[in-house]
Structures are given as structure tokens and as C-alpha cells.
Design a binder for this molecule. Structure first.
Ligand code: PGA
Length: 252
């Protein structure tokens, strides 16, 4: 059975105390939840990772990073490496979020290097990708998604996929209040699984968790998560509020 995941991407929100408070509330809310085969993840900003790890200790809440640089170290002002994240206890790094691609010029090629750096350090990645509105309107969304996966991930050996979680996030649905329908999510997730099977094999395709992201809320989560190829969600706005985030966790 594939692992279910609800991951909150806090983006550039929550200072140290707010991060602490949110994790504490989450811990309390999840204390008596069985959470069978389900991971609950939060991604605070870099400066709050260490304190968040401390706050989340011995709980069902995992703390992950939102990004990292591909180099081991060196003259990259303002950047943070996989080794540095690992040294503070981080095990998972989100890569390729559409905001990173759009505002910080991340490309499939640079993301392929980041994925390699994550895996070389025995970390896991939650790898984000998804089409723009114009891609969907011009009916090229399947081709766009396929090329994003091919260029950033298909150089990996089959075995490396044990450390990869996928997050399909149609860019037109991120932070817009507009969600892909459960049918649109299922259709794309099934397509993603089919191209992974073609490139690798059925075992790899069946094992990888594929999350949906883009305006997931307690009100729509249940329907989206009910689809057979949707294994959870990457949540932005609704992850900043305990009631909404736990509502989404309950939906899974
Ligand atoms: P949203 O963000 O839930 O606010 O649409 C999703 C994301 O950016 O991962």
C-alpha cells in the first residue's frame, strides 16, 4: 500500500514563535489520531527549521525543507546545501515548487542537479511540477508534465525512486482558489503513473506516492483524496491554519 501524505508548505510565512505555536497545536490535534500509513509534514522557512524540529520531536509531525542548493558548499551567497540540512536533522526537501521555478528561475536542468544532491545525501525529495493555465488551455498539459518529469527525474535509477515523492501542482490552481476537479487530478495522476511505468516498471510506478497541490481545502480534500491515484496533498494557504490543516488530514 502506498504511503499517504499531507504536507503543509508554509512558504515565507510564520516567524519562529508562530511556527512553534502551529506545530504545538498540530501535535495536540494529532495526538490521538491513529494516522495509519499516513505522514503529516510541515515545511517551515530555513531559519525556523532547527527550532521546528525541536518542537516536533517525538510527535507525528515531520519537519522538511522548502528548497536547497545543489552544490555541496562554496561561493553561493544566501544558499543552503543538502549537507547543511542533513546536519540539523532534515530528512526531506521539497524541490521544484512553481514559485521557485517562476520567481527564482529554477529549470528542469537545475532541478535535476538538486535531485541528485538530495539523493547523494540519502535524503528524500517531494518533487513539484505542473502545467501553466495556457498549457491546459492549449491541451499540452500532458506533454508539459511528461517533459518536466523526463528532464528532472528520468535519469534516476529505479531504486532511487524509493526516495521520491511527487507533487502534481497545476500552476493555475496554486493560491488561486481554483482547484483542479478530482477527475482532472485523477486523470493526470494516472497519466504520471503510466509514464513512470513505461520508463521503469509497474513496481516503481505503483510504489511512488503522488500528491495533488493547488487550493486544497477541508471542503474539497475528501473528494480529491478519494481518487485511486491521489495519495495526499501538498497544501499552501490552508496549512497555515490548524483547523483547516487538520480538516484536510481528517479527509485522508
Ligand atoms: P495553495 O498552495 O494550497 O495555497 O494553493 C499549494 C502549494 O503552493 O503547494
Amino acid at each position: 500500500m502506498r504511503t499517504k501524505i499531507v504536507a503543509g508548505n508554509w512558504k515565507m510565512n510564520n516567524d519562529k514563535n508562530e511556527s512553534k505555536a502551529l506545530i504545538k497545536h498540530l501535535k495536540k490535534a494529532l495526538k490521538n489520531e491513529p494516522l495509519e500509513n499516513t505522514r503529516v509534514i510541515v515545511a517551515p522557512t530555513f531559519v525556523n527549521l532547527s527550532s521546528s524540529i525541536k518542537t516536533a520531536k517525538d510527535s507525528k509531525v515531520e519537519v522538511v525543507a522548502q528548497n536547497m542548493h545543489q552544490a555541496k558548499n562554496g561561493a553561493y551567497t544566501g544558499e543552503i546545501s543538502a549537507q547543511m540540512l542533513k546536519a540539523i536533522g532534515i530528512k526531506t526537501v521539497i524541490l521544484g515548487h512553481s514559485e521557485r521555478r517562476t520567481y527564482f528561475n529554477e529549470t528542469d536542468a537545475s532541478l535535476a542537479e538538486k535531485v541528485d544532491a538530495v539523493l547523494e545525501n540519502n535524503l528524500e525529495t517531494i518533487f513539484c511540477f505542473g502545467e501553466l493555465l495556457e498549457d491546459r488551455k492549449s491541451d499540452t498539459h500532458f506533454a508539459v508534465v511528461e517533459s518536466q518529469l523526463k528532464n528532472a527525474l528520468f535519469h534516476l535509477e529505479a531504486d532511487a525512486w524509493k526516495s521520491v515523492v511527487l507533487a502534481y501542482e497545476p500552476v493555475w490552481a496554486i493560491g488561486t482558489g481554483e482547484t483542479a476537479s478530482a477527475e482532472q487530478a485523477q486523470e493526470m495522476h494516472a497519466y504520471i503513473r503510466s509514464i513512470i511505468e513505461k520508463q521503469y516498471n509497474k513496481e516503481v510506478a505503483d510504489a511512488v506516492s503522488i500528491l495533488y497541490g493547488g487550493s486544497v481545502k477541508p471542503a474539497n480534500a475528501k473528494e480529491i483524496f478519494s481518487k485511486p491515484d491521489v495519495d495526499g496533498g501538498l497544501i499552501g494557504g490552508a496549512a497555515l491554519n490548524v483547523a483547516d490543516f487538520t480538516g484536510i488530514i481528517n479527509a485522508i
